[in-house]
Design a protein. Sequence first.
Length: 202
Amino acid sequence: MKMKLLRSLVIAGLIAAGVNDLHAAINLNIYLPNITPRTGTGILLADGANDGFGDLTFASDPLLVNSLWSPDTDDILLGMWNLTGTDPDGALVVTFSLVSGVTTGDKLLFVFYPNLPYSPGLTGPGPNQAFGSYRDDLGGDPYGYGLGDAFIGWTVPADGAGLNIYREENISANLTTIPEPTAGVLVGLSALGLMAALRRRS
């Protein structure tokens, strides 16, 4: 009898834990009509700790540029798109869940790499890539389209929401280029790696 009761309690606990982790999907339609040229790769990042997005030039650690989209470890990749040939008036659609480490109210950032060929296996932009990043906090109907509150600011909405975010302005200006790691940086990182290896041996 005690074993049955214990088993029932364990199962009930597991079910309760599972229920706590259940979240309805969030669906965002991202409208960016003024990307020019409409080429390359676009990504959407969420600032998981709401402490600001990392330095996307990877100045703090140039070697991470091939393996991360942001050197700030709390920045989470929510979506990636092939921008080449997409309809300017069409939406870039992303679906995600709050259980991925993203919470309601986290800031969203769109990053545009016009010269980076799209591949679903990309893990980072790599050096020598030009990019622009874009977000704003406007919500409601900032451009007078008569859509009421259909457009939200660039923050993560509530669980289960299906909403739109928008950027009217031209977003191809003021591109920054990710630099190649300099020889000095590479030598310095190699030296640090050698010192760490020597410490482990001794």
